[in-house]
Design a binder for this molecule. Structure first.
Ligand code: PBG
Length: 338
């Protein structure tokens, strides 16, 4: 196969700057673009009424109580954002060693899902399947006496958590726990219970990253986790072939969509996953990436809007079909005004 650069004429017959000279021409030959349809907005929900609680490490992001969250959902619908992703802040007295509150059909997430689906049926909803907001130790699963996260027991609880979310009417369940075999177990349980339309977006290549720090503050799991880490289940940041094996396994087990997380430091993983499997592939621009850009913009070191849009376009160019990003409403507003 001829490589594209070999078929080009030489300078001066070829002057790449001709196409860059005018806005019309730059737009005409642009290979990738961002649309509001690419955006998923992660939000934090807390028990209570009238709450809009700022999160120190995530400027402009709040913890919302169910009532104020309805206004956020309304804004998402008005802006055309297709999906909102829900993350719970669980009261300390409901946290336990096994995270059992995650399976409570009357828990915060199932109640919020049911209400949102009733009021905004057209808004897609995604819920996280993992135990970290619910465990007293902040790990994503059940631990043994040495603090090791046990796989198969955890998968049973996660399966029940996913079923409870599906029963509440969620559109997409998104296991973010990185246990082995959880996609297959969840898919089987969904099928066995007639939830044949519930989509699974698998956090397939989720790395043990330091970029999740602000999120753990937001859901209140940071203090529970303390100095522990998630290295025994989340992926080693040095690996990329392993990411392909994880994606392959999740697809065979029944995932409809896969995800690479974090985003910006892992664009190479995203590209390889997209090229290898050609399935709907998503990137999560995580809390630490958001915090980094917000901090630089607040200092006047970076142009907030320009950098935001450039990072989101970068995900598209790297092969993402969509992006989970805390910038979703800001980006959607900007896209609307252009
Ligand atoms: C829970 C979960 C995490 C994130 C999404 N789901 C945290 C973690 O794995 O510790 C991180 C999202 C972000 O940083 O924005 N398993």
């Amino acid at each position: 196969m001829t490589t594209p650069h070999l078929v080009l004429a030489d300078f001066p017959a070829n002057r790449p700057r001709r196409l860059r000279r005018d806005d019309f021409s730059r737009r005409l030959v642009r290979e990738h673009s961002l649309s509001v349809n690419d955006l998923i907005y992660p939000v934090f929900v807390v028990e209570g009424k009238g709450i809009r609680q700022p999160i120190g490490s995530m400027p402009d992001i709040m913890r919302y109580s169910p009532d104020t969250l309805m206004q956020v959902a309304e804004e998402c619908v008005a802006l055309g954002i297709p999906v909102m992703a829900l993350f719970p802040v669980i009261e300390p007295n409901l946290k336990a060693l096994d995270g059992a509150e995650a399976m409570n059909p009357k828990g915060l997430i199932p109640r919020v899902v049911a209400e949102l689906k009733k009021r905004f049926p057209e808004l897609g909803l995604l819920t996280d399947v993992a135990l970290d907001p619910y465990t007293s130790h902040g790990q994503d699963g059940v631990i043994d006496e040495n603090g090791y996260v046990m796989n198969d027991i955890t998968v049973k609880i996660l399966t029940q958590q996913a079923l409870v979310q599906a029963e509440a009417g969620v559109d997409i369940v998104a296991p973010s726990d990185m246990m082995d075999g959880r996609i297959g177990a969840i898919r089987q349980a969904l099928e066995a219970n007639q939830f044949i339309h519930t989509r699974i977006m698998a956090y397939s290549a989720k790395f043990a990253s330091a970029f999740y720090g602000p999120f753990r503050d937001a859901v209140g799991s940071a203090a529970n986790l303390g100095k522990s880490n998630k290295l025994v289940y989340q992926m080693d940041p040095g690996n990329i072939d392993e990411a392909l094996r994880e994606v392959a396994a999740d697809l065979r087990e029944g995932a409809d969509m896969v995800m690479v997380k974090p985003g910006m430091p892992y664009l190479d993983v995203l590209r390889r996953v997209k090229d290898a499997f050609r399935v709907p592939t998503f990137a999560y621009q995580v809390s630490g990436e958001y915090a980094m850009l917000k901090a630089a913009a607040a200092n006047g070191w970076l142009d907030h809007d320009k950098v935001m849009m450039e990072t989101l376009l970068g995900f598209k160019r790297a092969g993402a079909d969509g992006i989970l990003t805390y910038f979703a409403p800001a980006a959607a507003k900007l896209l609307k005004s252009q």
